[in-house]
Design a protein around this ligand. Structure first.
Ligand code: MG
Length: 349
């Protein structure tokens, strides 16, 4: 088993171990006085794993119920949170009880937000089952839901008490979901780990997936520990995301996954920063080659003009400038603020 300790306002461990799903209760028990546990999961994941996690919780003395919502980003709404609250109430969840998020990013974000807000906050555990959530969204304490006019516009910083990662769950993951996660994995290599990037180049990701998870989570831990509330360094995790979010929006959040959009955004941006001499030459070509190897997009069908316009309203933008993450070279990056009035000239090429 690999353990990563996270020292945020509330500190917690991330445990990476094969078949840890069946031992969830054993690892959660010492951390809580909870009598009841609610597993939150969606219609894709619950049939695969909810019963196993439930058995493990029951065996360790938790009265356990399961709340299942319909899978999909379109369900990441306050109305689903309200249904969770009803379930919590009907199952007599108290402030000292616990919520267990079992699933991908949507599940973790929503269960986390419900836990952050119900009775002004109860403990929760993350059990991420997709590559994207294992390497990225389950760590760092960002929770929330979408509003009709934008993604993740309502939420809270709420750290889990424990994160359990079972790499076995990746075996049941459809290829498209694996690629989705790989988009973020490549991002971690780009911004902080040349060695990860090189291994991705020289080996096949699936052959060293445990190491990939460990490396990405370690990087995220380091960044989040320095900037839990996302006011500084944490912005580097948004490499590729400003354009990525714009592309997702232009695609109406269908037909392209988050990781694919991030890959396309990272590639587009690096081509531009390199042309400006702000990224070591040869970097964008190398990035494109790696993305191609893993069947990730290096470009968007939308024009740069369309993408630029769609970046307005990005959550990461301040009133009149956007903080972009540029690569210095493979493995290191820096923030560069661009005034929105300078956009047209900077990105005109
Ligand atoms: Mg992301």
């Amino acid at each position: 088993m690999k353990t990563i300790h996270v020292n945020t306002g509330r500190s917690y461990d991330i445990l990476i171990k094969h078949h840890i799903l069946d031992e969830a209760g054993m690892y959660i028990r010492p951390l809580t006085k909870a009598i009841r546990a609610v597993i939150v999961s969606d219609t894709n994941v619950a049939p695969l794993y909810a019963e196993r996690v439930k058995q493990s919780l029951v065996k360790n003395g938790f009265e356990t119920s399961v709340f299942v919502f319909e899978a999909g980003e379109s369900r990441k709404r306050l109305s689903t949170i309200e249904q969770m609250y009803s379930h919590f109430f009907e199952h007599h969840l108290t402030r000292t009880d616990i919520v267990v998020a079992l699933g991908g990013g949507v599940t973790g974000d929503m269960a986390g937000f419900a836990a952050a807000s119900y009775l002004r906050g109860i403990d929760f555990v993350q059990i991420p089952t997709s590559l994207l959530s294992q390497v990225d969204s389950s760590v760092g304490g960002k929770t929330g839901v979408d509003l009709p006019f934008g993604k993740n516009l309502v939420g809270a910083f709420w750290q889990p008490v424990l994160v359990l990662i079972d790499p076995e769950t990746l075996h049941t993951l459809p290829e498209a979901f694996f690629r989705d996660g790989l988009g973020e994995v490549v991002k971690y290599g780009c911004i902080r780990s040349r060695s990860l990037f090189e291994r991705l180049e020289n080996e096949q990701a699936k052959d060293f997936i445990d190491d990939i998870i460990f490396e990405c989570v370690s990087i995220k831990r380091d960044v989040v520990e320095n900037d839990e509330r996302d006011t500084g360094e944490r912005a580097i995790l948004n490499f590729g995301h400003t354009f990525g979010h714009a592309i997702e929006k232009l695609e109406n959040y269908a037909g392209i996954t988050h990781g694919e959009a991030v890959a396309a955004g990272a590639s587009l941006l690096t081509r531009i920063s390199e042309a400006h001499g702000m990224t070591e030459s040869g970097t964008s070509e190398r990035l494109e080659r790696l993305l191609k190897k893993y069947d990730l997009p290096q470009d968007s069908r939308f024009s740069l003009d369309e993408i630029i316009s769609a970046t307005q309203g990005d959550k990461k933008s301040t009133a009149n400038s956007i903080n972009f993450v540029f690569l210095k070279n493979i493995g290191s990056c820096y923030l560069h603020k661009i005034n929105t009035v300078d956009f047209k000239t900077f990105f005109a090429r």
